[in-house]
Ligand binder design. Structure first.
Ligand code: M6R
Length: 366
């Protein structure tokens, strides 16, 4: 069932144009100027009373939460806390009927995420699940479900499910903003146009697979890999570092780019590898100046940039370009090179890509 691919992970990476389309298109009918989320019962009246949102999840799904926090706060202007479920569940979090919880889970069975959901329900909060597996425990226990239509994900390392989660988060943040009157119909129509273009843009990133493989071969002997970014890019850098750790077993750390000079920059030495994310354009100049500081200390720099920000090639050793889209949706495109990069490093090092050591696909015990 690998359809000719060497591993499930690579097959799932290449399924992403379809997964993005499947998750977005049914919710964006062209004959209605609205997002249609069938299984969401949260009414405008309840939403208007929500004064705090928690987004709770584990691992890769928790990085969807970081993107969600950024987007919902920016477009809907409600305070959002994004947190890992294993911490959230034991700190007696403050919730009531004016709290909205969004839980994110591919499997729908992750023990800590489920425990967080149950705490929220006990407190009277409304819970929306962004879930991939239909009929899973989280999908049944949440008040509402927004399914990611990614199909079964076999590889332990999440790729297509994460992209589908981002799409679901895009829909949810836009929907909340519209319901609250924070986003006009015209603005929505513009966003919908961009969302419809995303599958093709994902394909454009995937078409660079050979170039990205060559970069994986070039940097395969890196011992310490630093991922940096600001804003949405910081969330993406967390996912990039996790992917490299879990399948390539390389030491990889994500940092908010602005934090480097508060300590981590002391770790940089000749031949450290820095993956610099510069797709969140509003913060481009700031991140580029951090990249320059690291470059000056001897690191090799692999940048991920928007297609027309060509000046980055004067600073970075290598650049992977991704197509331009609306700023809200850059994370999806910027992340895909990181998946391919980690995949080929893992393959090159001879690891079991689909079943990395010590890891299980579904973590049903805490
Ligand atoms: O099934 P879930 O989405 O709840 O799983 C959460 C994490 O265990 C999962 O994302 C894990 O971090 C993956 N191995 C990442 O690739």
């Amino acid at each position: 069932q690998k359809d000719g691919y060497d591993h499930y992970m690579l097959k799932e990476i290449f399924e992403q144009p379809k997964v993005v389309k499947d998750t977005l298109a049914p919710r964006l009918p062209m004959d209605q100027d609205d997002i249609v989320l069938d299984n969401i019962t949260l009414t405008k009246e309840v939403l208007e009373k929500i004064n705090k949102i928690y987004i709770v999840a584990c691992g890769t799904a928790s990085y969807t939460g970081l993107v969600g926090k950024y987007l919902i706060e920016r477009v809907a202007r409600i305070p959002v806390v994004a947190e890992v479920a294993s911490e959230f569940r034991y700190r007696d979090p403050i919730m009531d009927e004016n709290t909205l919880m969004i839980v994110v889970s591919q499997s729908g069975e992750t023990a800590d995420t489920l425990a967080a959901l149950r705490l929220a329900k006990q407190a009277g909060a409304h819970v929306i699940g962004i879930v991939n597996v239909v009929g899973s425990t989280i999908s049944r226990d949440a008040d509402d479900v927004l399914y990611t239509l990614a199909g079964p994900e076999i590889a332990v390392a999440s790729t297509k499910a994460y992209s589908a989660q981002l799409c679901a988060m895009y829909l949810l943040s836009i929907k909340i903003a519209m319901e609250l009157g924070k986003l006009s119909k015209d603005a929505f129509i513009e966003l919908r146009k961009e969302l419809y273009l995303l599958p093709e843009k994902v394909s454009q990133v995937l078409s660079q697979v050979d170039d990205i493989k060559a970069l994986a071969d070039k940097y395969i002997n890196s011992k310490n890999v630093f991922y940096i970014g600001r804003g949405l890019d910081f969330a993406v850098s967390m996912e990039g570092a996790l992917k490299l750790k879990e399948i390539a077993y390389l030491h990889a750390e994500p940092y908010a780019a602005g934090e480097l000079k508060h300590g981590p920059i002391a770790l940089i030495e000749d031949n450290s590898l820095l993956v610099g994310l510069t797709a969140h354009e509003e913060l481009y100049d700031k991140t580029v100046s951090n990249i320059k500081e690291v470059k000056a200390r001897g690191a090799n720099v692999l940048a991920i940039a928007l297609e027309d920000n060509k000046d980055i090639s004067k600073i970075a050793d290598d650049v992977i370009y991704v197509p331009r889209t609306h700023w809200m949706f850059t994370s999806l495109l910027a992340n895909i090179p990181q998946q391919i990069f980690a995949y080929y490093i893992s393959v090159g090092l001879g690891h079991d890509v689909d079943k990395p050591r010590n890891l299980a696909k579904s973590v049903t015990v805490e």
